[in-house]
Write a protein that binds this ligand. Structure first.
Ligand code: DOR
Ligand code: ZN
Length: 357
């Protein structure tokens, strides 16, 4: 398919990542630069252990992230608060007034990593949604039910019917992001809902279907939540991401777990994709003949939804092959003990981001 890329370069307004996990401690120090080297801002998930449930904890975490950003790079972590059954609305009001919280994250209890303190009954926190609607604090949703009698591949679609739809009906002014969507049902729901609903789409859900987890054996590198679905869902996600519709935007859900935690009898869910995320998205947009829509998805729609200014700097991607290493080295001491495997390990990608500095 013919491509119109001058000299094999693509220049974009600098993008933002509207969904990332940085963790804490030495792992955080190793991964923050992967995001900050490309993205100007990122929405940082609060599912630490213990989770971020106070304004003070969010401020302190933001400081730790900022101290891990390499010198000369401008990067703003946008903080979120973790909703629990009994989080006080005063915390939301204070964090929002002080511009510490950009959003609040709803994890249904036990839906994913570090979610045991999440919400056990969603209707019990309707007073929280009421406050958020009033103060204009967006709700970010991990949209999966946890009922053991619901098949894991159906959990997102059931969540939409059972919880998301009633929430939107009851709180029409609440701005909601359905995070890391994985199904054609989610695509359909988001694109026909009100403008107050949007969705993030990860690079991995654009590249893999559920077979990836079982190709020749059990492959924990491709296990994330929500799990990748059938091929027809991946195709629907690719159409959505490259559609140019403002309700779909970039959120990597980069979720680093050390090798030892992935390779275990109960391996953790999450894919570390931050370091090559933009290249990974570019590959998809090129394959869909939609490179002209990458900037909207990566750099415009998210900022518009959150009511934030667009970034002024640009970033260049060069069209050259790069082979993604089998492992991503951690810093110093941590590297002696363990490592991370990046998404696309051992594969080649057709784009390289040129350094900002
Ligand atoms: O795969 C995932 N990993 N999905 C999530 O929802 C959480 C994340 C994590 O924190 O590891
Ligand atoms: Zn996440």
């Amino acid at each position: 398919m013919p491509l119109n890329i001058p000299q094999g370069h693509l220049t974009l307004r600098q993008p933002d990542d509207w969904h990332v996990h940085f963790r804490d401690g030495s792992l955080m120090k190793s991964v923050v630069s992967s995001t900050a080297r490309v993205f100007r801002r990122a929405i940082v998930m609060p599912n630490l252990s213990p989770p971020i449930t106070t304004v003070e904890a969010a401020i302190a975490y933001r400081e730790r992230i900022l101290s891990s950003v390499p010198k000369g790079i401008s990067f703003s972590p946008l903080m979120t608060v973790y909703l629990t059954d009994n989080l006080s609305v005063n915390v939301l009001r204070e964090g929002s007034q002080k511009a510490v919280f950009t959003a609040a994250k709803l994890y249904p209890a036990n839906a994913t990593t570090n979610s045991s303190m999440g919400v056990t009954k969603i209707t019990n926190i309707y007073s929280i949604f009421e406050t958020m609607e009033e103060i204009g604090l967006p709700l970010l949703v991990h949209g999966e039910v946890t009922d053991l009698d619901v098949d894991i591949y159906d959990r997102e679609a059931v969540f939409i019917d059972k919880y998301l739809s009633p929430i939107l009906e009851r709180f029409p002014k609440l701005r909601v992001v359905l995070e890391h969507i994985t199904t054609e049902q989610a695509v359909q729901f988001v694109q026909t809902a009100s403008e107050n609903l949007a969705a993030t789409i990860t690079p991995h859900h654009l590249h893999i279907n559920r077979n990836a987890m079982f190709l020749g054996g059990l492959r924990s590198d491709f296990y994330c939540l929500p799990v990748a679905k059938r091929e027809r869902h991946r195709i629907a996600l690719r159409k959505a991401a490259t559609s140019g519709k403002p309700c779909f935007f970039l959120g990597t859900d980069s979720a680093p777990h050390l090798r030892s935690s992935k390779e275990s009898s109960c391996g953790c869910a999450g894919i570390f994709n931050a370091h090559y995320a933009l290249e990974s998205y570019a590959e998809v947009f090129e394959e869909e003949n939609a490179l002209d829509r990458l900037e909207g998805f990566a750099s415009v729609h998210g900022a518009a939804f959150y009511g934030m200014p667009l970034n002024e700097d640009s970033i260049n991607l060069k069209r050259v092959f790069q082979v993604i290493p089998e492992r991503f080295a951690l810093q110093e001491e941590a590297e002696k003990i363990d490592h991370l495997v990046p998404f696309h390990a051992g594969e080649s990608l057709r784009w390289v981001v040129e350094p900002m500095v």
